[in-house]
Design a protein. Structure first.
Ligand SMILES: Cc1ncc(COP(=O)(O)O)c(C=O)c1O
Length: 430
C-alpha cells in the first residue's frame, strides 16, 4: 500500500471483491493482522483516493497532513462534542475555527453554529431553522394567511436543496438566472412578487455552484431578502472557501447579510471528511428550532453552548477539530496561499483550453471549476476517454452534462494539482 505519492486506485466489481476478500466476518474472527492485510492489499486499492492531485471529478477532498494526523487523534479519543458539559475543550476549539469562518464572511460577533457531517445536513438544518423562525413570526403576528411553505433558489442550486425541501414537504421555486448565470435580486423579486412574498420562508443563494462554480449576486439577493423579511441562506459548501482568497473575495460581497451560511471544510478548506461548518447570524433561533427535549437531557439545559442544539442530530464527534488543528498549526496565511494556488492552476487550465483548437470552455471560471467541450466528441467518446484514464490510473475526470450536452469538467481544490497535471490530462484529449 503506497502512501507517498498517494495512488489513484480504482473500482472493482462485487464479484472481484468477493473473490479476493471473501467472507471476513466469522464466528472466530480472522485476527487483526489478517484483517489489516486484507484491507491494505485488496479493499483500500478498490477505493479511489480523492486527495490524488489528478482526482478532478465531483468535488475532491485534499486534507492537510496536520488535519489527517489530528483525525487519528480524534478517532482515538473518547470525546463527545454534543454538549459543553461533556466536551468543553473540543467545543471551544471548534468554535474558534467557526469564528474564523464567520469573520471571513463578515458575520456579526454573536454569529455561531456547529460542524455537521456535510453540506446536505447543513442546508437541511439551516432551512429547518428558517421555516421554524418564519412559523414562529407568523404565529406571533396573528396572521390568518396560510403559513409560508416555499423556498426560492436558482435552478443551478445543489441537489441537496431539492432534497431538503422534499424532506420538509416544502415547495422549491426555481428562479431564472441573469446573463452571468447568477441568481440576482431583480429575478428574485419578480418571482416573489408573482407568487406572493409571504408564501416564502427562505431564499437560498449559492456561493459556488457545483457544476460551474458560479457565485450568485449575493448583494442584490440580500437586499431583496431584507426588503421582504425573508431568511437568506447561503450555500457555500464548495465555494465558501473563496472568502479567504483576496483575488475572488469580491464575488462574495453581500454574504455578510446572510441569516445562515454553510461551507464544507472537507471540500476546499483542506479538512478530511466529514465536515460542514454551519453558521447562523442569530444562533438563538437555531437553538429554538433544533434543541431536542428529553428528561435525560435536562441537565444540559444549563445555558452553555451545546453544539447539538444548532442542527439536526444529537450525538456528535468533534469533526471540526482537524480543521482547527490544521489552522492553528499552519496559520491562516497558509490557507489563503493554498486556495490562491488552486485558483492559479485553474486560470492556467482555462488558458490551456483556450489555446487548444480542439477544446472550448463553456464559460470563464469564477472559482476553480472549469467546464469544457472537446469538439467532435459524442457522449460515448467522453465516457471512453474518462474510463481509459481511470483504468490507466492517469486521472479521474468524469464527464458531466450541461443543457443536454455531455462535456468535461475539472474541479480543482487540491493545492498539489499542478500545471503539469493539467497539461498531461488535456494532451490525452488531442
Ligand atoms: C454547493 C453544494 N451544496 C451542497 C453540497 C452537499 O454537500 P455534502 O456532499 O457535503 O452533503 C455540495 C456538494 O458537492 C455542493 O457543492
Amino acid at each position: 500500500m503506497r502512501l507517498h505519492p498517494v495512488p489513484l486506485d480504482g473500482p472493482r466489481t462485487l464479484q472481484e471483491l468477493q473473490a479476493v476478500a471473501g467472507g471476513t466476518i466469522t464466528a472466530e474472527g480472522i485476527g487483526g493482522l489478517a484483517a489489516l492485510k486484507l484491507f491494505g492489499d485488496e479493499l483500500a486499492p478498490a477505493c479511489l483516493s480523492s486527495d490524488h492531485p489528478r482526482f478532478l471529478s465531483f468535488i475532491p477532498c485534499a486534507p492537510t497532513e496536520a488535519a489527517v494526523m489530528f483525525e487519528l487523534v480524534l478517532g482515538a479519543s473518547g470525546i463527545y462534542a454534543g454538549s459543553w458539559l461533556e466536551g468543553s475543550g473540543a467545543v471551544y476549539a471548534e468554535n474558534v475555527a467557526l469564528r474564523w469562518i464567520a469573520d471571513l464572511a463578515g458575520l456579526p460577533a454573536e454569529a455561531g453554529g456547529v460542524f455537521v457531517p456535510g453540506g446536505t445536513i447543513g442546508n437541511l438544518s439551516a432551512l429547518a431553522t428558517a421555516r421554524w423562525t418564519a412559523r414562529a413570526r407568523h404565529t406571533a403576528s396573528g396572521s390568518t394567511a396560510p403559513r409560508p411553505t416555499r423556498v426560492a433558489a436558482q435552478r443551478g442550486a445543489h441537489s441537496s436543496i431539492t432534497s431538503a425541501c422534499e424532506v420538509m414537504d416544502a415547495e422549491l421555486v426555481g428562479v431564472g438566472v441573469d446573463e452571468h448565470q447568477r441568481l440576482s435580486g431583480d429575478n428574485l423579486r419578480a418571482v416573489l412578487e408573482a407568487q406572493g412574498p409571504q408564501t416564502f420562508f427562505a431564499v437560498v443563494a449559492t456561493a459556488g455552484t457545483t457544476n460551474f462554480g458560479i457565485v450568485d449576486d449575493l448583494d442584490s439577493v440580500a437586499r431583496v431578502c431584507r426588503e421582504y423579511g425573508i431568511w437568506l441562506h447561503v450555500d457555500g459548501a464548495y465555494g465558501g472557501a473563496g472568502l479567504a482568497a483576496p483575488t475572488v473575495r469580491h464575488l462574495f460581497s453581500g454574504i455578510e447579510a446572510a441569516d445562515s451560511f454553510i461551507v464544507d471544510p472537507h471540500k476546499w478548506l483542506f479538512a478530511p471528511y466529514d465536515c460542514c461548518a454551519l453558521l447562523y447570524r442569530e444562533p438563538s433561533l437555531a437553538r429554538k428550532a433544533n434543541t431536542q427535549r428529553a428528561s435525560y437531557l435536562d441537565v444540559l439545559d444549563d445555558g452553555q453552548w451545546n453544539p447539538s442544539e444548532y442542527a439536526i442530530g444529537l450525538t456528535r464527534r468533534a469533526r471540526g477539530l482537524p480543521l482547527w488543528f490544521s489552522l492553528a498549526t499552519h496559520g491562516t496565511d497558509a490557507y489563503t496561499g493554498a486556495i490562491e494556488r488552486t485558483l492559479e492552476v485553474t486560470r492556467f487550465a482555462q488558458a490551456e483550453i483556450a489555446r487548444r483548437p480542439y477544446l472550448e470552455a463553456l464559460r470563464a471560471a469564477d472559482l476553480t471549476v472549469v467546464v469544457f467541450r472537446r469538439h467532435g466528441w459524442e457522449p460515448a467518446d467522453y465516457r471512453a476517454w474518462s474510463n481509459e484514464m481511470l483504468r490507466e490510473e492517469i486521472a479521474f475526470v468524469v464527464p458531466t452534462s450541461h443543457e443536454g450536452e455531455t462535456v468535461a469538467r475539472f474541479a480543482i481544490i487540491n493545492p498539489t494539482t499542478s500545471e503539469d497535471d493539467i497539461t498531461a490530462i488535456l494532451d490525452t484529449m488531442a
